[in-house]
Design a protein around this ligand. Structure first.
Ligand code: C5P
Length: 215
């Protein structure tokens, strides 16, 4: 993904019309559009191709299964036109290897969740976040997902992964995180959903976040 604005839109709306309207309005401010279960379950995987005409799409399916099922999921995601997939890491190295292998075959990217951004993200994830980050490096992933709600954790994870892997960071705005703080802590991109798509003017909201970050 090319870094221009350091902003990824989390497009968690559930209908095509809204999704395309918002994506069109903000496309000049975002480097990528993240879609997940809400939109794909609402409208089908075909929405990925439509959005990919506006910006590269990250498929946030938090893939977490046995290697063979992970392979089948990633193949479908990349065939649908997604540029990247988000996977979990707690399922183990063999599962992650399977996703990375498919991504390399298709020339696409894999981001691994190290720690979730919501309050419950500390309960089970925090003790293993560093281990998952190390595994992401060893497996040849493109980058990791780390919480904008806890910039100090982004700093910790950056120390582990070095500068070769990217950090994409959700939790800005609605979950309380600051875009500027997490970029200063070492994130490459912030992921923002509700603060943009629930705004009366998604474009203005996206522009303001870009200005705040001065990325
Ligand atoms: O609306 P909001 O800006 O909070 O959206 C954040 C997005 O990032 C959502 O799509 C959420 O599922 C996703 N996400 C997250 N924390 C993670 C991984 C993904 O909030 N650790």
């Amino acid at each position: 993904m090319e870094k221009k604005n350091c902003l990824i839109l989390a497009l968690d709306v559930t209908d095509r019309e809204n999704a395309l309207r918002i994506a069109n309005e903000v496309s000049e401010y975002v480097d990528s559009i993240k879609v997940g279960y809400p939109l794909v379950l609402g409208e089908g995987l075909g929405i990925v191709k439509e959005l990919a005409e506006l910006a590269p799409v990250i498929a946030d399916f938090k893939v977490a299964d046995i290697p063979n099922t992970d392979r089948l999921i990633c193949e479908q995601v990349f065939k649908a036109g997604a540029d990247a997939v988000i996977t979990h890491g707690f399922t183990g190295r063999d599962s992650l290897d399977s996703c990375v292998k498919v991504a390399k075959e298709y020339g696409r990217d894999v981001y691994v969740v190290t720690e979730m951004s919501h309050p419950g993200g500390v309960e089970f994830f925090r003790p293993v976040a560093e281990t998952i980050a190390k595994m992401a490096v060893d497996a040849g992933a493109t980058g990791v997902v780390a919480p904008a709600t806890r910039p100090e954790r982004v700093r910790d994870i950056r120390k582990i992964i070095g500068n070769d892997l990217h950090i994409i960071s959700p939790g800005v705005g609605a979950q309380g995180g600051s875009a500027a703080d997490v970029i200063n802590a070492g994130a490459d991109w912030v992921i923002v959903g509700r603060s943009i798509y629930n705004s009366d003017s998604p474009a203005d909201a996206a522009m303001k976040i870009c200005n705040d970050m001065k990325c």
